[in-house]
Design a protein around this ligand. Structure first.
Ligand code: CP
Ligand code: NVA
Length: 310
């Protein structure tokens, strides 16, 4: 039995199969194979969510299963029941569990004690379903007939802003696993963390990212420009200092003129217009943010189907 906690939990062959299945599911949405028929899946949220919660709930139903939405506060977790007992007990009812948590150790602890697949729906450390969706969304835009992982291997992918965040970590791990060049641009104090470098080491992966304090250097001839909020869930107390520190890394019209003409703009959403991105960029013709949001549904269905094969 397999979990999906990091993109590295899938081999490159499994990622390619998942991308292909994503395309098939997207083209034939009304004809989804009922891979999870007669199953019940839980969705356990410790944090807010719009896309992840709804796309998983709909996707699980389209795969033929029943989806049960839980949150940490209205279960006994909120009154201190251990993750171990919760994981063991929920495994007696459910066939799988998607979790969104603050501390990443919540997911690893669930995975340690559960006898059902655990899927990471975002932690403070990473967001693997999002990055896999983002890769699909890039490949789909380049060649919808042929979503080949190798296509991304010669692209310049960039990320602007909080490069110590869960989305930056997800891109850093994906770049090393899949093998593409990633340039991260952010201010001093927001560099990639030692925690993500340790993860690469633990997986025996060679880093494929570089970090710069110069946003123009990063944007130059970029194929993909990515950003994310400056204040992630859980960072609200540092809101003021983060907005000041990250101000020079806004993705705006001046910055994107340095990218390749047909660059793609990505943002996992929710966006804070006027902070990490301007309205002109997010509403511009190079922006694929709403395709990304839609593709969460198709990609996650493909991830769940892939987990059934393991
Ligand atoms: N991108 C993303 O995970 O969105 P939600 O927080 O709305 O789930
Ligand atoms: N970095 C953001 C991603 C939201 C989907 C956060 O953690 O709040």
């Amino acid at each position: 039995m397999k979990h999906f906690n990091h993109i590295t939990d899938f081999s490159l062959e499994e990622i390619q199969a998942t991308l292909q299945r994503t395309r098939d599911f997207k083209l034939n949405r009304t004809n989804t194979p009922k891979t999870l028929e007669q199953q019940s899946w839980g969705l356990l949220f410790y944090k807010s969510s719009t896309r992840t919660r709804v796309s998983f709930e709909v996707g699980i139903q389209e795969l033929g299963a029943n989806a049960i939405v839980l949150n940490s506060q209205n279960t006994q977790i909120g009154r201190g029941e251990s993750i171990k007992d919760t994981a063991i007990v929920l495994s007696r009812y459910l066939h799988g569990l998607v979790i969104r948590a603050y501390d990443h150790s919540v997911i690893t602890e669930f995975a340690k004690h559960a006898s059902m697949p655990i899927v990471n729906g975002l932690t403070d450390f990473n967001h693997p379903c999002q990055v896999l969706t983002d890769i699909y969304s890039i490949l789909e835009r380049i060649d919808p007939e042929n979503v080949q992982l190798s296509t991304i291997q010669n692209k310049k992918i960039t990320f602007f802003g909080d490069t110590a965040s869960n989305m930056a970590n997800s891109w850093i791990i994906a770049a090393a696993h899949i093998g593409f060049d990633l340039v991260l641009a952010g201010p001093k104090g927001y560099e990639p963390t030692t925690q993500v470098l340790e993860k690469l080491k633990a997986e025996n992966l060679t880093p494929r990212h570089t970090f710069t304090n110069d946003p123009n250097e990063a944007a130059s001839q970029a194929d993909v420009i990515n950003t994310d909020v400056w204040v992630s869930m859980g960072d609200e107390a540092q809101s003021k200092e983060r907005k000041e520190a990250l101000a020079d890394f806004q993705v705006n019209e001046a910055l994107v003129t340095q990218a390749n003409k047909d660059f793609l703009f990505l943002h996992c959403l929710p966006a804070h217009i006027g902070e990490e991105v301007t309205e002109a960029v997010i509403e511009g013709t190079n922006s694929i943010v709403y395709d990304q949001a839609e593709n969460r549904l198709h990609t996650q269905k493909a991830i769940l189907a892939q987990l059934q094969l393991s």
